[in-house]
Design a protein. Structure first.
Length: 523
C-alpha cells in the first residue's frame, strides 16, 4: 500500500511527544501508526535545518511542503519515470471505456518493476489533482433555491396482469439540495409528457416551487446541447413559467455541482431498490405506492453526521421559502399549425376531433395551443376561438356563430325537429319519422337527409299516395326515404297489384272447391 502523508497536526504531536520524552513505540500506539513511520518523521525533523522547535510552530501548509518534499515515495526513481508518463496517462484516461486498471496493466508491461496497482492509483490521483485542480467550490445552497432533477440508471419494473409481460419503467428523482428532501417516482418513459408530469408531481409533493429547476441534460428537458447556452424544450419553459420559476440545465460532462441528486439516486438503490428486489408488482400505481412508503422512511431517517432528518430540515427552514403554488396544476401545452377546412372546422389530435373556427377564416392557417382540457385557436396573434377539449373520436365541437348561415341551420337540426315537422302532416308521417330515428343505434345525424327527403315528399306528393306509402312503410318496417320514394314514384301500384292478386286468389280458391263437402258431411 502506498505511504500516504499524515495530517500535519499529528506530525506536530509526534514531534512534541519526542521533545517530552515519549518513546517511539508509545507514540506509535497513541497515534495509530507504525513505529517505523514515527521514526521516519523524527529522522526527517532531525535532518531538517530548522530543527524540531521551529518545525512545530510552522503553519500546516509550510510543514506539509517540507515533509512531503522529503517523502521517500517522491524520491523513488520509479516516481521520476512515473511523472514523465503523466501526460500520456491523462490523455488515455479521457478515452471512452478506458480504466485505471487497464492503464496500469499497460504501464507494468513497459515497466515490470514499476508501481503496484494501489500505489499507481494513489500517485495518479495525487498528481492529476495537482496538475488540474478543481475549479468547483463546495456549493452553498440557499433554502428553496434549486431543485435538482435526474433519472436513475437502473430500472424498476412491474408485471402486466393480462399479458404476463415484464414492463420496465423509469425512476425519476427530484432533490432540494438545501435540506436534501427527496421525491422519487416511477413513470412509463423519459418522454416529454411523462417527464413534465413527474416534475409537476415533485413540485406538488414539496408543496411549493424552487427558484430554479436544474435538470440533467435530458432530451425531455434540453433540445439543443450547448456548453454555454443550452436550449430548453418549450414544455419545460412553459412549466417553469406556470410555477413562477426558471429552468437551468446542469453543466455537461458530469459536473461536481450536481452530485447531490446523483447521491440521492445512489441512495435510492440502497433504500428503495433493495427492499423491493423480491417483490412483484402488477401495475405502475402499485409500484409507486410501495415507493412512496419507502420514500417517507428515507426522508425521515437521520442524516449521517446530523441530528436531524431531511424532512425535519425541510419543514423547519425550507418549506416556507418555496414559491406558492398557483390554484391550477400545470398542463402540458402542445402547438399545431392547421388550415381551416371549407366546413369551418379544424381537425385535432389522434382522436381526430373537430373544432369550429369563424367562417371568415376558411382556408386560412391558424395556430392551435391545446392541453388535455382546453383548445385555443389563434390567427395573427389574436385568440379567435376557445373550446373545451373533447376526446370523442371523430366528433364535432362548435360555436354556432362560427359557422356559415347554411351550416348553422344544419346544426339546429335534431330528431325532435323533424318529428314536429312531420306531425303537421298527420300522425302517420309523425310515426314514420319516429321509427326512422329509433330504428338503429347509429347517430341521429345519419338520418337527417332521409328525414328531409320524407318531408319533401309530403309537400310534393298527392296526399292519398303519400299517406298510403307511409302506411305501407310502417307495415313492412321500412321507414326510410328510399323505400317511401319508390312507393311514391310507382304510386304504390306494386303494392296495390299484389293486394288485388291476393283477393282474386282467395276468390278463385273458393270457387274451385264449391262442391267439396264440409266437415259435417262426415259425421
Amino acid at each position: 500500500m502506498a505511504t500516504q502523508p499524515k495530517k500535519m497536526n499529528i506530525i506536530k504531536q509526534v514531534l512534541t511527544g519526542h521533545k517530552n520524552g515519549l518513546s517511539v513505540r508509545k507514540m506509535a500506539e497513541m497515534y495509530s501508526m507504525s513505529p517505523t513511520t514515527v521514526q521516519r518523521y523524527l529522522t526527517m525533523a532531525s535532518e531538517d535545518s530548522l530543527g524540531i522547535d521551529s518545525l512545530i510552530i510552522l503553519e500546516d501548509p509550510e510543514l506539509n511542503h517540507r515533509f512531503n518534499g522529503g517523502n521517500p515515495a517522491y524520491c523513488d526513481e520509479r516516481f521520476e519515470d512515473f511523472k514523465k508518463r503523466l501526460p500520456h496517462f491523462e490523455k488515455e484516461l479521457e478515452k471512452k471505456h478506458m480504466t485505471t486498471y487497464l492503464l496500469w496493466e499497460e504501464y507494468r508491461k513497459d515497466v515490470p518493476n514499476g508501481y503496484g496497482l494501489t500505489q499507481f492509483r494513489y500517485h495518479l490521483k495525487q498528481n492529476t489533482a495537482a496538475v488540474k485542480p478543481s475549479t468547483v467550490l463546495k456549493m452553498l445552497h440557499q433554502p428553496a433555491g434549486k431543485m435538482y432533477i435526474d433519472f436513475a440508471g437502473d430500472k424498476l419494473s412491474y408485471v402486466d396482469m393480462e399479458t404476463g409481460e415484464i414492463v420496465p419503467v423509469e425512476t425519476f428523482a427530484g432533490v432540494l439540495p438545501y435540506s436534501g428532501y427527496t421525491f422519487i417516482t416511477c413513470i412509463p418513459s423519459q418522454g416529454i409528457e411523462h417527464f413534465l408530469g413527474a416534475v409537476d408531481a415533485a413540485i406538488r409533493f414539496f408543496e411549493g416551487a424552487p427558484r430554479i429547476l436544474v435538470p440533467d441534460n435530458l432530451r425531455s428537458a434540453v433540445k439543443s446541447f450547448d456548453k454555454w447556452s443550452p436550449g430548453l424544450t418549450d414544455g419545460l419553459n412553459d412549466l417553469a413559467t406556470h410555477y413562477g420559476c426558471c429552468a437551468q440545465p446542469a453543466r455537461v460532462r458530469r459536473p461536481k455541482d450536481k452530485a447531490l441528486v446523483e447521491d440521492a439516486v445512489h441512495k435510492s438503490y440502497k433504500r428503495i431498490y433493495a427492499p423491493l428486489r423480491n417483490r412483484t408488482f402488477h401495475s405502475l400505481q402499485e409500484l409507486n405506492g410501495a415507493i412512496a412508503e419507502l420514500l417517507e422512511k428515507y426522508n425521515s431517517r437521520r442524516m449521517q453526521g446530523c441530528d436531524y432528518s431531511r424532512i425535519e430540515r425541510f419543514l423547519a427552514v425550507e418549506k416556507s421559502e418555496l414559491l406558492p403554488l398557483p390554484p391550477e396544476r400545470y398542463q402540458m401545452k402542445r402547438h399545431a399549425v392547421l388550415t381551416v377546412a371549407p366546413n369551418s372546422f379544424i381537425q385535432l389530435g389522434r382522436e381526430r376531433h373537430h373544432y369550429s373556427v369563424p367562417c371568415r377564416l376558411i382556408s386560412n392557417k391558424v395556430e392551435v395551443v391545446f392541453t388535455d382540457t382546453q383548445v385555443r385557436i389563434f390567427h395573427n396573434g389574436n385568440c379567435i376561438a376557445t373550446h373545451m377539449r373533447s376526446f370523442k373520436q371523430g366528433g364535432y365541437t362548435w360555436v354556432k356563430e362560427h359557422l356559415p348561415s347554411q351550416t348553422q341551420a344544419y346544426y339546429d337540426y335534431s330528431p325532435q325537429y323533424f318529428i314536429d315537422k312531420g306531425a303537421k302532416y298527420g300522425s302517420m308521417v309523425e310515426h314514420v319519422l319516429r321509427e326512422l330515428f329509433s330504428a338503429t343505434d347509429k347517430p341521429a345525424e345519419v338520418y337527417y337527409r332521409s328525414a328531409q327527403g320524407i318531408l319533401a315528399l309530403a309537400r310534393e306528393t298527392e296526399p292519398e299516395i303519400f299517406f298510403l306509402a307511409c302506411k305501407i312503410s310502417v307495415q313492412y318496417g321500412k321507414c326510410n326515404y328510399p323505400f317511401i320514394n319508390n312507393l311514391v314514384k310507382s304510386k304504390c301500384q306494386g303494392y296495390l297489384a299484389l293486394q288485388g292478386k291476393d283477393t282474386q286468389a282467395q276468390e278463385s280458391t273458393l270457387s274451385l272447391h264449391a262442391n267439396i263437402r264440409g266437415a259435417e258431411a262426415y259425421k
